[in-house]
Design a protein around this ligand. Structure first.
Ligand code: ZN
Length: 206
């Protein structure tokens, strides 16, 4: 199973959810802790899937939406049962995507030209070749049903860093967001994840 009750890793999953939508948990500890508390009874593996599915949303999903997504993902026996260097144990493969006003473009290299506008986030590009991916074999969306390998630059980065490829994708999205903020001339002096995200964070919704 996906190792359910570990609060620390559930916290990491929720952090990823916030970062995916350019929200800084450290600047909104109260709201973040409230959400973490509300998610206390949600299985970590389910939360991970829900966060991944919602990562493509342009607007920061409300807590209610996150909880609904968790409910919709009913546990599957063979999900998250084995460790996998590509997907962790998620069964789905993540890529990095640049989104801007409803359009998107896949990021296929760390050397790709960084765009200052829009947003960088992770998105599901298909299901993993491993056993965990079998859970999505008959899912009707064409993305999740598609058998894919992760992008090579993410595989290389993951190998170098000693973590799984999906985590590398999350870190890569953060890297590109940081570069984009630097290009927009936003100060990073206040610490990680500062900049416009702190201006828009006020509309974070419970
Ligand atoms: Zn896998």
């Amino acid at each position: 199973m996906s190792g359910g009750g570990l609060l620390v890793s559930k916290l990491e999953v929720l952090e990823r959810h916030w970062f995916n939508h350019n929200r800084d948990p450290f600047k909104n500890k109260g709201l973040f802790e409230h959400q973490l508390k509300e998610l206390a009874n949600v299985d970590e593996g389910i939360l991970t899937q829900a966060v991944t599915i919602l990562s493509g949303e342009d607007v920061f999903p409300k807590l209610k939406k996150l909880l609904q997504q968790c409910t919709a993902l009913k546990p599957q026996d063979n999900l998250g049962s084995i460790e996998c260097n590509s997907c962790g144990s998620m069964g789905l493969v993540l890529g990095v995507v640049w989104t801007f006003e409803g359009t998107h473009m896949d990021v296929l290299s760390y050397d790709q030209k960084v765009r200052p506008d829009g947003n960088y986030t992770t998105r599901i590009i298909g299901r993993c070749k491993c056993e965990n991916g079998l859970a999505y074999q008959f899912v009707k969306t064409n993305i999740m049903g598609k058998l894919v390998a992760p992008d090579q630059y993410l595989i290389d980065g993951a190998y170098k860093n000693g973590w799984d490829v999906n985590f590398e994708a999350t870190m890569a999205a953060q890297y590109f967001r940081k570069k984009a903020r630097e290009m927009r001339g936003e100060s990073l002096a206040k610490g990680p994840m500062s900049g416009t995200i702190n201006k828009i964070i006020g509309d974070a919704d419970v």
